[in-house]
Each structure stands twice: as structure tokens, then as C-alpha cells.
Design a protein around this ligand. Sequence first.
Ligand code: SF4
Length: 305
Amino acid sequence: MDKRAVYIHNGKPMHRSEFETWIENQVFSELDKFIKTDDTLAVAVSGGKDSTFLLDMVHTWNELKNRSPISAIIIDEGICGYREFTIKFLKDFCEQKKIKLYFASFEKETGATLDKIIEKRDANKLTNTYGSCTICGAFRRYLLNRTARKVGATKLLVGHNLDDEVQTLLMNLFVGNVGQASRKGELAGVIKHVDFVVRFKPLIWLPEKAIATYALLNYPEIPTHECPYLRESLRQTMRKMTNDLEVQWPGFRQKVMRTYVEKMLPKLGKKIPCGKLLKCEVCSEPASQKICKPCELKQKLNLKL
Ligand code: SF4
């Protein structure tokens, strides 16, 4: 057996099988904690390392428990030079593991790919009003929820890791979005609504580096292309900032997340009640305002309603 260390956790070097057992157990115990016997599971996938790892873990856990099959859902935003590679990878991965893969696309929903939507936004001088990731995120969450509901899922699992969660938390606090920040944690954004599928994030305690190591060892064929819109997002700046802080204060992210979820969130949650979800007046999907964000974007950017 190869005894070379592949990952260091809390100062302890781990060789490959020790590392894989550790990380798999971390995910399995989150699944044990939050999945009910009668839950039907769908995993949101992008073809990147985090969601592929999550899909693999959930699939394995599900088979060990002898549960009914899971589904995978991918949203094709229509980002040229990026998404076509991850879709191809996922099709092969799901075929090999015998996981049913469902698709939804921006083009089918709005009549335009994300690339075209961004062109329209710029032509309408709305570049500073709607960031690329804001548009992308709004349609993606919308389509994920609708597709998860259509396939009968009671929980939609998403692959946000510890680094993502700390970045999002700080971004929300920086821009004063306390309502969003108060909905962190494994079962984030839980608002009871008949049409809203509960989201579950089993990877929020795992550092990106640990998942990337596992992915490199087990799925070396994952495409490494980056979304071209990533560089204009605030997240990139936040990623750099939190990476620097982690180097200066090892364990910074874990401490921020633990303090937030375990100490601040219970107090914050009582002060900021989760808003009620409404039905969008245009499409009837769950919405926090009278008109949901995707319908607002469709109207403002002249897209198919
Ligand atoms: S980086 Fe932004 S535009 Fe690209 S896939 Fe992510 S959210 Fe969408």
C-alpha cells in the first residue's frame, strides 16, 4: 500500500486510504443526520469537483442503505467554452454509475443562453444593475427547484464547501444582506412552501482543498475549464481574501463557520424571522416578492416570459 501522505488534517498527515475513509465518513455522517427514511433525493450537479464528489458520496451512501435511486440535475446556462465540457463529463459519469441525469436549460426557459442574456444586459446599459452571477444564480436556483420538484425530490442536495460558505457569509454581511446571512447552515433557506424543495448542503464543513484532493485522486478526468464570468464576481476577491486569512491564521474558515452556525445563528435566527414565501404573480413559482427574480429579469431584459 502507498503510505505517502496525500492530505494533512489538523496537523496529521494522512495516506490515501486513511484520507478517503475520513472524508467519506464525514459526508456519510451528515447524510445520516439530515436525511429522513422517506426522503427522495436529487443532487444538483455542475460537473465540477464539489458536486461530482457529492453525487458520488450520496450515490454510495444510498446504495449502502438500500434506498430508492437518487437523481442528478444539471442546468445548462449556455456558457460557451465551459459548460459543454462539464456536461459531457457528467453524462459519462452518470451513465457509468447508472444515475438518472435530468437537464434544464436557460435557453429553453428564456429563449436565450446566458452568453446572449449578458449581451442583452450590456446593450440595455444594465451592466451595473445585474451582475452576471446574479442573473445566472437567479435562473439556476429557479430551474433547480422546479426540476427537483418535477422529479419528486423532497431534498435537493448542493455541493457548497466550507470555503464557499465562508465567502458567501462574508459577502452577505458586507453588503448588509442579513436576511440571507441568517439562513446559513446545513439546511439553509428552509422556508416551508408546498412548491419549494428543501436544500441540504452536506459539504459545508469540508475545505475545498480536501474535496479537490479526493477529486484529483478519484476523478482525474474532470474538466478544469473555469467559467469566463467568474473573474468579474465579488466572490473572486473574497476567495483571495479568505485564502490569505487562512494562511495567516490556519483554521480561520472553520472558526468563522463554527462560531457563526453554533453561536451567532441561533440568536440571529430568532431576531430575523424567515420571510414568508409567496407565489410569483407571473409564473406562480415560490417568490420572496410579488414577482420572482427570474420573471423580473425576463421583463427587464426582454426575454421569453
Ligand atoms: S461564475 Fe457566475 S456566471 Fe459562472 S456559472 Fe458561476 S454563477 Fe454562473
